[in-house]
Write a protein that binds this ligand. Structure first.
Ligand code: ADE
Length: 236
């Protein structure tokens, strides 16, 4: 069982996506315990303020440290956390090995940024690792949190019905997945590769391996270069 606490100023962006499909199944099966915390509940003053102007005159609002600190303090007084993750385009790029490692943790916190950014003291003092889901900028960390949580919880035992299917995903062996087909054997004159209909398991496995390698060489040669640095910073 992994417990995931997500801190956000826009809970609606998470409640919807995490209430369906695999994230929902993971929670229903007791494999994951996901809690979404609205930072406005920890906001300052009568208006529950969570953002303020940037010092120095930079454009855009900045997520304040107080609401984040108050929420973290409450959670961390209740249990110990293995990681406090901040999602940001300047974090370490998320890869399957990172996801595999995170899926083995017990309690994690994910902070979603918003506005122009977050008070840098949060990143310096309160965050143990920063993760980016790719080299593009989202309006906030919430879509990235959905990506991260989905990638983690689908690996947990009992969440995906076919136990082996998470292991045969693209990237789990450093290669893209081979193509898959289903009935009918022929549609519009387009046939399923004969080998898959042969019933010869060894030949099928060989074909799948060769396809995986070929597709990786063609589509993602960078994956074969073997100089990918997958390690995210260890938690403090
Ligand atoms: N927040 C905004 N853009 C992001 C990205 N690319 N990855 C993670 N968090 C983000």
């Amino acid at each position: 069982m992994i417990r995931i606490d997500i801190l956000t100023v826009v809970p609606g962006l998470l409640e919807g996506p995490l209430g369906y499909s695999i994230p929902k199944r993971a929670q229903d099966k007791g494999a994951a315990d996901i809690h979404i915390h609205n930072l406005h509940e920890y906001g300052k003053g009568r208006y529950r303020q969570t953002d303020d102007y940037a010092f120095g005159g930079a454009a855009g609002m900045v997520l304040m440290i107080e609401p984040v600190f108050a929420c973290l303090q409450k959670l961390q007084s209740e249990r110990a956390y293995d990681a406090v993750i901040y999602l940001s385009p300047d974090g370490k790029r998320l890869t399957q090995p990172c996801v595999n490692r995170l899926s083995l943790l017990t309690n994690i916190i994910i902070l979603c940024g918003h506005y122009k950014g977050i008070d840098h003291r949060i990143r310096e003092q309160l965050i143990t690792q920063e993760i980016s889901i790719g080299d593009y900028v989202l309006s906030g960390g919430e879509p990235a949190a959905v990506v991260l949580v989905d990638a983690i919880v689908r690996l947990l035992p009992g969440v995906i019905s076919d136990e082996t299917s998470a292991l045969t995903d693209s990237f789990q062996d450093g290669l893209l997945a081979p193509p898959v087909y289903t009935r009918p054997e022929e549609f519009n004159g387009w046939r399923v590769p004969e080998v898959l209909l042969s019933g010869n398991h060894q030949k099928i496995a060989d074909w799948q391996e060769q396809q995986a390698l070929q597709r990786t060489k063609t589509l993602r040669p960078d994956l074969l270069a073997n100089d990918n640095d997958d390690d995210i910073q260890p938690s403090r």
